[in-house]
Design a protein around this ligand. Sequence first.
Ligand code: ZN
Length: 1006
Amino acid sequence: MLLCLAAPISFAQPVNYWQQQVNYQINVALNTSFHTLQGEIDIEYTNNSPQTLNHIYMHLWPNGYKNRQTAFAKQQLENGKTDFYFANKTERGYIDSLAFSINGAAINWQYASIDGKLHYDIALLQLPQPLYPNQKITIKTPFFVKLPDVFSRLGHEDGIYCITQWYPKPAVFDKTGWHPMPYLDQGEFYSEFGDFKVNITVPANMRVAATGMLQNQDEFNWLVDLANGKKVNNPSQTNTKTLTYLQSNVHDFAWFASADFNVLYDTTRLRSGKEIQTWLFGKNINNNGIKYTQSGLVFYSDRAGEYPYDICTVVITPLKAGGGMEYPTITNCGSLDEQTIVHEVGHNWFYGILGSNERNYPWLDESINTFYENWHDEVIHKNNESTAYASAGAFGLNVNFDLKGINGSITSYMYSGRRRVDQPGNLHSTAYTDMNYGTVVYAKNPLALFYLKSYLGDSVFIGMMRSYYSQWKFKHPQPEDLINHCVAYTRDETVKDFFTSALADGRYDIVFKKKKNKLFVSNKLNGKGPIPVSLLIGDSLVNTTWIKNSTTDYINLNQYHSMPQNARLTVYQQSLPLELYPQNNQLLLKNKSTAAPVKLNLLFQKESATRTNVFFAPAYGYNLYNKHMAGVAIYNSIYPQKRNEFVILPMYSFNTNDINGYAQYWHNFYPTGKIHRIQLGFNAARFATNGLITNSLNAETQNNINQFGALYTGTSYEKFAPFITLHIKPKNLRSEIVQQLQARYVAINEYERNATYFNNLNNHIGVAEVSYLYNNPNVLYPSQFSAAFQQGLSTSTISRLGADFTQHILYKDGEKTASLRLFGGTFLSPQTPAGNTIGGNYYERAMFQGAGTTGVNDYLYDYAMIGRAENNPQANLWGRQTILRDAGFRSFVNIGSTDKMIFSANLTVPFPISLPIGFYADASYANLKSITNGNQVSYTNTFSYMAGFYISISKDVIGWYIPLVQSNNIENAFNMGGLSNIFERSSIIINLNRLNPIKAIRNINL
Ligand SMILES: [Zn+2]
């Protein structure tokens, strides 16, 4: 059942509804040498409101590109985009030469202050006389626009002119008052309906696409000939032509021009027989673009209401605000992608014809429109199974998801929903994080509408939306207008829940509870609305029962006596696609099992709704002691987040002939309030190392080990570290500041390597740690702070406190990042030697090194090291692998260590050239400790420094640091170690943690 043309109930027109009428006549000329517009505008403004107006707000949106202080400029930075911030004056844009007059008399005007902020892209026009209800005025002004480069929607690039949000335009005045709004990239618009007559003067060789109907027959014929591939004369660019466009019942006018556009043309016939001119403009285009436009026009006309205009145009442009942007009867798209074109064409309904306030209620246009776009995809392609695939690269995993249709929306919403960082679906557009604008407005909300459609059935849903359309077309429907309409149309109060919960802050995790022969279903989370329980045999849907009250309503299982083996009751994903954990809501009717069977997949696949996925991947590892290792990684989660997550990575070493590897497990809790996620779990590891056995050895013996690795040539370590991590919720989600508190206990067992595991457990080292992490990812000035306190509890006496702060600064148009790191540390109770031992050399390893830190000092085994006990830097490259911690010197050199006080600073300044090289400097001031033969301890305040240049081999992952100048104590230490030339003194820093593909993928941003 597709069409339901007549609404079964007739609706009264909205009571006392009114809207202003704003008609435009614009003359504009494009100058392609200076990339400017010169124009004059004549606005006929009719006050249909019952109020008398004394002023009018006028948008001057090209001024959004005027400087770094505009709302647009600020939002770009907040969303992590620095292009506009670093743009020079010639790349920016503005509108000026304004001289407003009303009914022929010049008036005063000023830039508007809204909520205490001055906006150069909003003007406040004082009316010389009050504008009474049902009266009209004429507002005129000349204007001049300097077109920016394309940073968002308006601008020019590669000879293509995108003339959008370009002319002075009154803000909407509706029942709640004025709606002035600055130009923004994230957050769209709200405008008054009216009639447009626009005369556009351009060089004669340009091909122009615009809102409305072209009035010049010669030009029309020329374009049709171009589209048909006929030989046409190409006029000289030194001549100009003036083209006239007319359109009524629209609230905006956009146009696009380029001498390089190719043109395609066809007509689209709607089911009613109505024909629509269908145009495609762009440099690289093909007939698919026309096909997708036609498909969208017919689909939306059938299911939302007939397209009322006579033309629909798609232009392919280099726009930078998402994949596409809608204007009345014309849309621009970044590519010929089918979904983008259908989506943008669809905006003619949800934005164009139903002119809601997009800035305040993005769900009324973006969400409903994306729902229709997904629905189109589903109907046209019948795609029920999305494919996701992974490809393994040398430096991590690249996972490509199929982000099409409803499956794409599910994938996208789960990303933020599972982590509980999603936001309600009915917020103001500027309240969303960059990510949630995608995962909520474009994913969660469309799923909520699929849920509603599934509840109502296609036929009722279509009838409801078509009658909403006929009632509200060419008007400004508000959220309550749509919601009231849907409830009245369906005569079902339940429908309200879909808007006030599913499309708001509702989350869904349906669980099945079987009590004897009754199956109860309920939502563990806060979402409201009826719960669908579907009977499936194999993969085919038999029927669906909607449970409205989960405490009293249930499914009687007696009716399913003689069901085949593969019959099950489940919450079908297509019926309630907002379900966050589909694995826990099914009942196999044969054995009454509610557990989802385990399914083993290679690498990574899209999570199955009916199986518990476990993934595996072959793994290879290497370090200097185990040498080559081969094994398999087994994990249950990469994306989206699960409540329980684990990774096991056992690897067989071909050198030590034993099993080594990692294991990780944690449970995610999502409390409400200040802490928004708690992880409770453990990390475990076992690998071979060299010479690092810390207990019952004296300091001198330890030196022997450190210098020559002679005492034990083969050792192993085992680590088990239970932890709890609290993720603190940012006050304002858009700030994206990360704060974490962690407590952990690290148990380390070091022993002489032989065939056994868990050797000498009684002598294990135990250290408790409390740490805090703050990360501000500000796009221009990112900074981090971290602090940690460690207290030895078993076979260790350390009580170590350290804190560091790093400030980064972007420069050279955002291409380079300089950073300064400051560090301070101390031991709360320094140990004095007793006899020849001072708490074992584990204590020595944990002391702050005066300069660089190597694997020996990684006493909690937190870093992935290829060589962790190579204290003789000449021995091989891996002896020069340095850890950026504590004093953070970029070269390892042994100048002593301290358990008293240390301060250090580390500066990194990339050269402002295209090569990845730069300058670095490290300095420390430390109370270095020395022990003489007679066990006398002394401390010396020592200032040390070194500076040189570095080559970044792989950004943030591998760097090579070459020292050029250093303090005398470092020079001496180098010489004592026999390191004479700068290459021997150089070090390599490898951030192996960055190469962990599982960690890398957990941090992906969609
Ligand atoms: Zn859109």
